[in-house]
Ligand binder design. Structure first.
Ligand code: FAD
Length: 399
């Protein structure tokens, strides 16, 4: 048979391939990606990759690992169409490839503003990061559109390079999606103190390429100029292959708890998959951890040993020299606490629902985060007195 064919050689695609072999899958494994590079990690693209020319691409795994696992990799190759009846896919080089199981790991692409200019960048790929690095090397002023995680990471990196940085956000605050508001407010302060100008509730009216500058007209009527702009306003999941094949779609490829789409021979993993949470709401997650966990769970299902995706959702971002980590959920808490961590200057934000820790966020407090992840996972009642000290008492919580 055609074995398992994986479309998309990013974080989730590569991990699915490696995990299948690790779980003892003996059939053919084919990994097909349209980028020219072997699978790489995206997180450092908005961080060191922009500011530090020494930074190397961070590979998901070494070339030898794919060879040892006998994974057939095709790069710079696009999958154009799926024929579900024949269990076969069509590639852009005119060839076809049969599958027993197909895994869609096609990720997403950055949303764009409706203005075209060589001075407007988005950031998803190594090539995008290298382009921003080139522009940044000669720039004095930059505008970042969107105060989400990617926008603020890029703003932090560029500001640290001495570039005058303005962030323009349409919504009423920064980090509107998925961040608790007290943490967002704390981070907004850090950005302002670092000298980043953040404009909220401001849209972009028009953008003009003027001589050596970009001229950006804001919804407020104010016009700003800059050397270049970076747009970080979210991604659109790559669902067109699945959609054309008639699979169920809703802002992502709909999957069940085993990552199976509406066709049981086809799985979807990573940023492009959308799944019901315990409350029945469709929920799509765009994190490194989710890419890895969904890959592992799909591989387990394909090899006939399905398991639930167990881990507490976890995510990190690096901004202004601080490491920020979030775990759990932030939409159901009844009480929140803001505490200091053990290290000087560190912070711990705790979110409880009736004495049970449901979410936590830390700033420069990795050890506290490990403990919080265990406490969230355990769903154990926490005595409110234990959380009273201004500096978190790790030993007491651990007991
Ligand atoms: P991707 O990694 O995007 O891989 C999908 C691949 O499929 C791409 O190579 C794409 O070109 C290819 N493809 C699409 N369609 C086709 C087709 N038809 N044929 C062939 N190939 C196709 N997460 C964190 O938790 N912490 C962070 O700090 C963090 N920082 C980030 C910084 C940046 C700049 C970016 C972009 C992301 C960051 N993330 C971070 C998110 C994390 O990187 C993503 O969640 C993860 O990469 C998703 O993996 P994926 O495999 O689903 O998608």
């Amino acid at each position: 048979s055609g074995g398992v064919v994986i479309v998309g050689a990013g974080q989730a695609g590569a991990r699915t391939a490696l995990e299948l072999r690790a779980l003892g899958y003996e059939g053919r494994i084919t990994l097909i990606g349209d980028e020219p590079y072997p699978p790489y990690e995206r997180p450092n693209l908005s961080k060191e990759m922009i500011s530090d020319v020494q930074t190397k691409v961070s590979w998901v795994s070494g070339e030898k690992d794919y060879a040892d696992a006998e994974i057939n990799i095709f790069l710079a190759t696009r999958v154009e169409r799926i024929d579900r009846a024949k269990q076969s896919i069509f590639l852009n080089d005119g060839t076809t490839c049969d599958y027993e199981y197909l895994v869609l790991a096609t990720g997403g692409r950055p949303r764009q503003l409706p203005f075209v200019s060589s001075r407007i960048c988005t950031l998803r790929t190594v090539d995008d990061a290298l382009r921003i690095r080139d522009l940044a090397a000669k720039a004095r002023k930059v505008i970042v559109v969107g105060a989400g995680v990617i926008g603020l990471e890029v703003a932090s990196t560029l500001c640290a390079m001495g570039i005058e940085t303005t962030v323009v956000e349409q919504g009423p605050g920064i980090l509107g999606r998925g961040f608790p508001s007290n943490l967002a407010a704390y981070l907004a302060d850090l950005h302002q103190v670092a000298g980043i100008r953040i404009l909220t509730s401001v849209g972009i009216g028009a953008v003009r390429d003027a001589d050596a500058e970009l001229s950006v007209e804001l919804g407020t009527g104010e016009t700003l100029t800059c050397d270049f702009a970076v747009v970080g306003i979210g991604i659109t999941p790559n669902v067109s292959l699945a959609e054309k094949a008639g699979l169920s779609i809703d802002n992502g490829i709909i999957v069940d708890s085993q990552l199976r789409t509406s066709d049981i021979k086809i799985y979807a993993v990573g940023d492009n998959a959308i799944k019901r949470d315990e409350n029945g709401r469709l929920c799509r997650v765009e994190t490194w951890q989710n890419a890895n966990l969904t890959a592992t769970a799909a591989a387990a299902s394909i090899t006939g040993r399905p398991r639930r995706v167990p881990d507490v959702p976890w995510f990190w971002t690096d901004q202004l020299g601080h490491n920020i980590q979030l775990a759990g959920k932030f939409d159901e808490f009844t009480t929140s606490y803001e505490r200091y961590g053990v290290n000087e200057g560190s912070k711990v934000f705790l979110y409880l629902k009736r004495d049970i820790l449901v979410g936590a966020a830390t700033v420069d407090a990795g050890r506290e985060m490990s403990l919080c992840r265990r406490l969230i996972q355990a769903c154990k009642r926490i005595e409110p007195e234990l959380l009273e000290p201004a500096r978190l008492d790790m030993a007491a919580l651990q007991a």
